[in-house]
Design a binder for this molecule. Structure first.
Ligand SMILES: Nc1ncnc2c1ncn2[C@@H]1O[C@H](COP(=O)(O)OP(=O)(O)O)[C@@H](O)[C@H]1O
Ligand SMILES: [Mg+2]
Length: 371
C-alpha cells in the first residue's frame, strides 16, 4: 500500500460528502453515507469491502451512471453531479472507460464493432481512424485475430480483454472496473489484472473493485468500504486484524493531531492517553539511558503506530516519542477508552498488538543493554 501518494497535487477525482439513499418498501436505505475520497492521476486504487458495502454504488456515482442523493463529484474540476443526462453521456464517453464483471459486450456485434461503438457515439476520430484504432486496441489485448468474431465465440477471459479494449476506445484518462476478474479463472484474472497495471504505468487512473486479496496487495492504494463508509486507510494498514465494523468504529472516532518538527508527542514516564497512528512524517522513539543520555532506538513511519504498549500493559510511557527534527508529523489518534473497547471486541487484533508490544519491549531492553 502506498501511503505517500502525492496528496498535495490536485486530485483527478474528488468525491465530497457523497450520500446515496434508495427508497425501499421498508423505507429509505442509506447505501453511501457522507463519503469523502480523492483519487490522483496515475493511481491504481482497489476498492474492497463485503458484498453490499456500497462498492458498485460508489463506482456508478463516479461514472455518472447513477446520481448522488447529496454531495459532489468533481472529475478534473467538472461537477459531474450537475451535468444533464445528455452532457453526462458525452462526458462519460470521453472521460471514463468502464469494465464490468460480466463483460457486457453487445452479443450481436463483432468484437471490432463493439470497440467502434464508443468512438461512433462520441464522434471521436474519423471513421477510418476508428477502425485503425479499434484494431490497434484489439492487438494490445492480443485479440486482433478474432476481430470479426461474435462475443459468444470467445472465452470469458478473452471477452474481458475485449471489454478493456472497448473501455479504452476514446482514450479516457480514467478506467473504472467493477469486479472485472470476479467471473474469470485465476489465469485469465491475472492477465486482466496485468493489463490494468500496464495501463496505469502508461498514465491511466484505474479504480477497481475486487474481492481478490492478492490483487489488492499489488495496487498503489486500497479503499475499504464498510456499511457505506470508507475506512480510514491508516487504520486498515495499522490494525488489519480488526473486523471491518470495528475499523469503521475506529474511523468514526479518530482525532487528527499535528506536531511541528522536533516536537515531543509522548514523554517517557508520563501517563499514556492515546493510541497513535502516523499518517505523515517520521517519529523517533527515544529512550533515556541509565547514564541520563538519550538515544533514538528506532524511527516510525506512516502506517505505523505507537502508544499500544502502555494501553495494553498499563503503566507509564516506556519511551519518549517525538517528531524527527526535519519533518512535521500528522497522526490520527484514538482515546484510551475507544482503543480498549475495540481491542476487547477483537481477539485477533489484541493478539497481534500484544505480540508487537512484546517485540518492541524486547528491542528496547536490547538497546539499553548494548549501550
Ligand atoms: N437500486 C437499488 N435499490 C435499492 N437498494 C439498492 C439499489 N442498489 C443497491 N442497493 C443496495 O445498496 C447496498 C449496496 O449495494 P452495492 O453498491 O451493489 O454493494 P457492493 O457492490 O459493495 O456489493 C446493498 O444493500 C444493495 O442491496
Ligand atoms: Mg458490487
Amino acid at each position: 500500500m502506498n501511503l505517500n501518494n502525492s496528496t498535495d497535487s490536485n486530485p483527478l477525482i474528488e468525491v465530497r460528502q457523497l450520500v446515496k439513499t434508495f427508497p425501499t418498501a421498508a423505507g429509505e436505505v442509506t447505501v453511501l453515507n457522507k463519503i469523502d475520497a480523492k483519487f490522483y492521476r496515475k493511481e491504481f486504487v482497489a476498492v474492497i469491502g463485503k458484498s453490499g458495502s456500497g462498492k458498485t454504488t460508489l463506482i456508478n456515482m463516479i461514472a455518472g451512471i447513477d446520481r448522488p442523493t447529496q454531495g459532489e463529484i468533481f472529475v478534473e474540476g467538472v461537477p459531474v453531479h450537475q451535468l444533464s443526462e445528455n452532457e453526462l453521456a458525452i462526458w462519460r464517453g470521453k472521460n471514463i472507460g468502464i469494465v464490468f464483471q460480466f463483460f457486457q459486450l453487445l452479443p450481436m456485434l463483432s468484437l471490432l464493432e463493439n470497440i467502434l461503438l464508443p468512438m461512433d457515439f462520441c464522434n471521436m476520430y474519423t471513421p477510418r481512424q476508428r477502425i485503425d484504432r479499434a484494431m490497434h486496441l484489439l492487438s494490445l489485448v492480443e485479440m486482433a485475430e478474432h476481430a470479426d468474431k461474435l462475443p459468444s465465440a470467445i472465452s470469458g477471459g478473452q471477452q474481458q480483454r475485449v471489454a478493456i479494449a472497448r473501455a479504452m476506445a476514446n482514450d479516457p484518462p480514467i478506467l473504472l472496473a467493477d469486479e472485472p476478474t470476479g467471473n474469470l479463472d485465476s489465469n485469465s484474472a491475472n492477465i486482466v489484472f496485468q493489463m490494468f497495471d500496464k495501463l496505469v504505468r502508461e498514465g491511466k487512473t484505474v479504480i477497481m473493485v475486487t474481492h481478490d486479496v492478492g490483487q489488492a496487495r499489488r495496487v498503489d492504494r486500497t479503499l475499504l468500504l464498510s456499511d457505506g463508509e470508507i475506512i480510514n486507510e491508516y487504520v486498515a494498514k495499522a490494525i488489519p486484524q480488526l473486523e471491518p465494523s470495528l475499523m469503521l468504529q475506529a474511523t468514526q472516532n479518530l482525532e487528527e493531531i499535528n506536531f511541528d518538527a522536533g516536537a515531543t508527542i509522548l514523554r517517557e514516564g508520563e501517563l499514556p492517553e492515546k493510541f497513535y497512528i502516523i499518517t505523515k512524517g517520521i517519529v523517533e522513539v527515544v529512550l533515556t539511558m541509565p547514564g541520563g543520555s538519550a538515544i533514538v532506538v528506532t524511527e516510525l513511519r506512516p502506517g505505523q503506530f505507537f502508544g499500544e504498549i502502555e494501553l495494553l500493559q498499563g503503566g507509564k510511557n516506556r519511551a519518549t516519542l517525538r517528531a524527527a527534527a526535519n519533518t512535521s508529523v500528522c497522526v490520527v489518534a484514538l482515546s484510551q477508552a475507544m482503543f480498549s473497547e475495540l481491542i476487547s471486541k477483537s481477539k485477533a487484533a489484541r493478539t497481534a498488538l500484544t505480540q508487537l508490544a512484546e517485540e518492541r519491549l524486547a528491542e528496547n531492553i536490547q538497546a539499553r543493554n548494548s549501550q
